[in-house]
Ligand binder design. Structure first.
Ligand SMILES: Nc1nc2c(ncn2[C@@H]2O[C@H](COP(=O)(O)OP(=O)(O)OP(=O)(O)O)[C@@H](O)[C@H]2O)c(=O)[nH]1
Ligand SMILES: [Mg+2]
Length: 724
């Protein structure tokens, strides 16, 4: 009788099947006591063959897990003879456990010697080199638990090795290396994943039929879930000839054979897929990033780590003894030859001293200003940057002229937007990357380790004549190890670099103005706070200047709109007011068709004054926008006059930020508050009225949308830029 998968759910599960799965799991993992009580509870027969070696395996695994890897190796060899000889991966893993144990107990000399005698022979095979380097690197750290290779010291790593040892011993005894239950869990996970990929993140109840669970092997990839529709939530896994077949509808594809219920034993597992949160959106950081990018636009903390230096090596002197010859003359001849070979194999400096290879320098970390970057947003997603470690000197080698220095790791170059200030997390200013291409070295890679000669005591005297620095000496041993690279937490603060800052209430037309005179394409819409983050645009040079036109090019920054109370944090504008710091000229954009444009203008000025009175001392022009609308056009003359009158003739513009002010302002960025607190030296400025500050350089009526009087406005902007 063919089996309809929809009927699988009604198939009764036999207790015995489940008991077998559980028992095999307990035996597999050497839970001896539990095995005994499980058997007595369920009344199952003692599976004598399986229990036989459980005791021995348990002992071996126990030693390995406790850190006595050498004992575990010894017992494994007794139980399995050639297992470790054949399985080099496992052998190295076990030896590494002993090495790690020595490192953890700070027995560095012992660890180094153990590595040289037992681990480095594995380095003959390229596939082990990286692993060996990682282990050796542990020696370079005073606190290896805090090194980048810390996971090698973890219990998880040890457990992993113990698990693979267990599997290898079982496989060696021709027993399944994974317990049926482990397989089952793996398969269930795979099915769950396939289901959720296929059906989306909707709730699905699926019945997974595991057939002949003791024989379950990996999923057969030839079958797909293509025929799975959201309504068919039944899957079946068929085991036949050690092949597991996975198909929503009973497979006609199953080697062309008919499947019927008599061929298989069944065991049903129910699994419910529930709505799961997408892990990427689960992180609060990413979540808030997508919702409120403006908050993360210009400030971030990152950690950078330079690469560790590669290790030097303790180099052996080539073996000069010649064995197997009885003839003295021949022996002497061979000896002479070996001596000559050994001498010529030295690399020497011009003064005859030996040159020994050194480990490669670890990669430095450099931060540089890149014109292609606009924001610091991406650093919120990836906040850790690590350079590569330098290459080791070939520790297998004897001294020869072919021995090379370890490879120098490349510098890790991290691009940031132009205008980024780089600081130590706790304050110290490192660099202000205001020009494209400017860079700062923030973390130095570790120095590579030196190499030493392993010279027997009786030859030492003669060798000393060659070079005094190459002798092996206990106190120098540490220098053989590459030095750790620097790690540092940095604060990056973006200061938009622009010549002109556009300020005004929301909806005044700032973004429209930017789009009208530059190639920038900011979002424009008929509602406030369209602009959430500054937009930059490049104003072409003045064509009337001929060849000098390029010197009159300028960058404009369109900032989010300001509202009353912005200096106290209302709206978005305050987040960006600090970006006006580097501008030379401000352009106040006023909606001349608004209810009270003069009031609007005053509001913006007041906010600037409250935030930083110096902003009112900066040269500025006023653009009365939207004069295509009759209500603006009609009152343009009176508005122009009124606005022009606000301010004093007597004060002059502060056309330049003095350099010490600039440095001061950057080094106090940590406080983030540009608002002056009472008692500061600028208190007087803050107490001044708007009328006490300079008047605008010009007031122009335009319609940036309709292109009315744009040229006049450009003329005023250019003239003002020339002045400051
Ligand atoms: N009639 C008219 N409408 C304009 C003019 N300039 C801009 N607008 C309109 O005013 C609205 C707001 O323009 P935006 O450029 O987005 O204003 P904004 O100052 O950047 O606003 P925020 O980004 O919210 O601060 C849009 O609907 C524009 O089409 C103009 O000269 N005339
Ligand atoms: Mg805008």
């Amino acid at each position: 009788m063919d089996v309809d998968p929809r009927n699988y759910e009604h198939i009764a599960i036999k207790d015995n099947d489940v008991h077998n799965i559980v028992l095999s799991y307990l035996v597999h993992n050497c839970f001896k006591e539990t095995v005994d009580s499980f058997i007595s509870c369920t009344g199952m027969n003692q599976p004598a063959d399986c229990l036989e070696d459980m005791e021995k395996r348990k002992k071996i695994l126990h030693f390995a897990l406790e850190g006595n890897a050498l004992k575990a190796i010894e017992l494994t060899e007794q139980l399995t003879h050639d297992l470790l000889e054949k399985n080099m991966d496992l052998h190295l893993d076990l030896l590494s456990l002993h090495f790690v144990e020595l490192v953890c107990s700070r027995k560095c000399t012992e660890a180094l010697e153990f590595a040289q005698t037992k681990l480095t022979p594995f380095g003959k095979l390229q596939k082990y080199v990286q692993k060996l380097e990682d282990f050796m690197a542990l020696l370079a750290y005073e606190e290896p638990e805090k090194s980048p290779m810390f996971h090698l010291l973890s219990l998880e790593y040890r457990q992993q090795v113990v698990d693979s040892l267990n599997r290898a011993i079982l496989a060696h005894a021709n027993r399944p290396s994974y317990a049926a239950m482990e397989r089952l869990i793996q398969q269930t996970t795979a099915v769950q994943q396939c289901l959720s990929e296929e059906l989306g993140k909707i709730g699905v109840v699926s019945s997974i039929i595991i057939i002949d669970s003791s024989e379950i092997v990996a999923l057969d990839k030839m079958l797909s879930l293509s025929s799975l529709s959201s309504s068919s939530s039944y899957l079946s896994l068929h085991s036949h000839n050690n092949k597991l077949i996975f198909n929503p509808l009973i497979s006609q594809r199953f080697d062309g054979r008919q499947i019927n219920s008599e061929n298989f034993r069944y065991c049903t597992i129910k699994c419910r897929l529930t709505k799961t949160k997408d892990s990427s959106s689960a992180s609060p950081n990413t979540n808030s990033l997508t919702k409120e990018p403006h908050k993360y636009f210009d400030q971030v903390i990152i950690t950078v780590r330079a690469g560790d230096g590669g290790h030097g090596a303790v180099l052996g002197v080539p073996n000069q003894s010649v064995s197997g010859s009885n003839s003295k003359g021949k022996q002497n001849k061979e000896k002479e030859k070996a001596k000559a070979r050994w001498k010529s194999s030295y690399k020497r400096d011009f003064d005859g001293s030996l040159i020994l290879p050194i480990g490669g320098h670890g990669g430095d970390v450099v931060i540089y200003a890149d014109e292609g970057k606009d924001t610091l947003l991406e650093f919120h997603k990836t906040s850790r940057y690590s350079a590569k470690r330098g290459g080791n000197v070939d520790s297998m080698g004897v001294l020869s002229s072919l021995l090379r220095n370890g490879l120098v790791a490349p510098t890790l170059r991290v691009p940031v937007p132009v205008g980024t200030v780089v600081k130590h997390k706790r304050g110290k200013l490192l660099a202000d990357l205001a020009q494209p291409g400017q860079e700062v070295l923030v973390a130095r890679g570790g120095q590579g380790g030196i190499s030493l000669l392993e010279v027997p005591e009786h030859k030492r005297k003669r060798m000393m004549a060659l070079n005094t620095n190459v002798m092996r000496d206990d106190s120098d041993k540490v220098l053989v190890l590459g030095q750790p690279g620097e790690e540092i937490s940095l604060e990056l603060i973006l200061r938009v670099v622009a010549d002109v800052g556009l300020v005004g209430l929301p909806n005044a037309g700032k973004s429209t103005l930017l789009a009208a005179i530059t190639h920038a394409r900011p979002d424009i819409a008929d509602y406030p706070f369209t602009t959430l983050m500054p937009n930059l645009g490049r104003l072409d040079g003045d064509p009337t200047l001929g060849a000098e036109r390029y010197s009159s090019e300028a960058t404009l920054a369109d900032l989010p709109g300001l509202i009353e109370g912005a200096h106290l944090g209302k709206g978005l504008g305050r987040n960006f007011l600090r970006h006006l710091r580097r501008t030379r000229l401000l352009v106040h954009v006023v909606d001349a068709a608004a209810e009270n444009p003069v009031n609007d203008y005053r509001t913006v000025k007041e906010e600037l004054r409250m935030y930083n009175p110096e902003y009112l001392e900066r040269p500025f022009i006023v653009v009365l926008n939207k004069i295509d609308l009759p209500e603006a056009r009609d009152r343009l003359p009176s508005l122009t006059e009124e606005i022009f009158k606000i301010g004093s003739d007597e004060v002059t513009y502060e056309t330049e930020m003095r350099s010490e002010d600039a440095v001061q302002s950057l080094s106090t960025e940590g406080a983030k508050e540009d608002i002056l607190s009472p008692g500061t030296s600028n208190k007087d400025k803050k107490d001044k009225e708007i009328e006490d500050y300079p008047r605008p350089l010009a007031v122009v009526g335009v319609s940036v949308l309709k292109g009315i009087r744009i040229n006049e406005m450009l003329k005023e902007i250019r003239a003002a830029l020339k002045e400051c």
